[in-house]
Design a protein around this ligand. Structure first.
Ligand code: VGL
Ligand code: ZN
Length: 211
């Protein structure tokens, strides 16, 4: 069965000093580079997503007259109002400078529609529009995904749940993830939710010994 490594949003704004910095976010970059090397060696394709918002994105507190880090509603869906982050073609949206981007086979952008947020690398939060990721993986005949990145409780979680719903077998690379944790234990709960939906959880050394 063909696999692919899916690295979620290892971008400057989610790392140290970024607009929506995730605690210890930078620590996932080394894990990503080791996973990229191991996967390339095993002939496994490597894909990365980038949160890629227009400056007028409605998930930004500033654009929705809301207080950052509070919860409201957007397009009938619960919405955390985020600080401005990952604006297209700005340094905050760039991959972390230490990420081995030369090892990527494909990059998928998400969150371009200003009207709705898009945590998953497959669909926006209202499942109105799909990204090009699923068709690309189908062309590559990928049936199994190894998923890691930022943030555990948002983009990683929704990408994993959508991947499972689309029929992929999913392994979550646990030491390659860090969460926002708006509420304490959000990341822990997110991992339990992914497991309950059918995801397997492994750390990097378990993954590498099984490749
Ligand atoms: C993300 C919040 C807002 C993520 C993206 O990558 O998890 N979180 N946009
Ligand atoms: Zn975002």
């Amino acid at each position: 069965m063909k696999s692919a490594l899916l690295i979620i949003d290892l971008q400057n704004d989610f790392c140290h000093g970024g607009a929506l910095a995730v605690a210890e976010g930078d620590e996932t970059v080394n894990i990503a580079n080791l996973a990229i090397a191991a996967c390339r060696h095993a002939n496994i394709k490597v894909v990365a997503s980038q949160d890629w918002h227009p400056a007028d994105h409605r998930s930004f507190a500033l654009n929705s007259s809301a207080e950052p880090w509070t919860v409201g509603e957007l397009e009938g869906l619960p919405q955390v109002w985020w600080p401005v982050h990952c604006v297209q073609n700005t340094p905050g949206a760039d991959f972390h400078p230490q990420l081995n981007t030369a090892g990527l086979d494909y990059i998928v952008h998400k969150g371009q529609d200003a009207a709705i947020d898009s945590y998953s690398a497959f669909f926006d939060n209202g499942k109105r529009a799909a990204t090009a990721l699923h068709p690309w993986l189908q062309r590559e005949q990928v049936e199994q995904l190894i998923v890691m990145g930022l943030a555990t409780d948002y983009c990683v979680k929704f990408s994993v749940l959508d991947a499972l719903a689309l029929g992929y077998q999913v392994t979550l690379l646990s030491d390659g993830c860090r969460g926002v944790n708006l509420q304490p234990d959000d990341s822990k709960r997110a991992i339990e939710e992914m497991q309950q939906a059918g995801a397997k959880v492994q750390n990097l050394s378990q993954l590498v010994s099984n490749l």
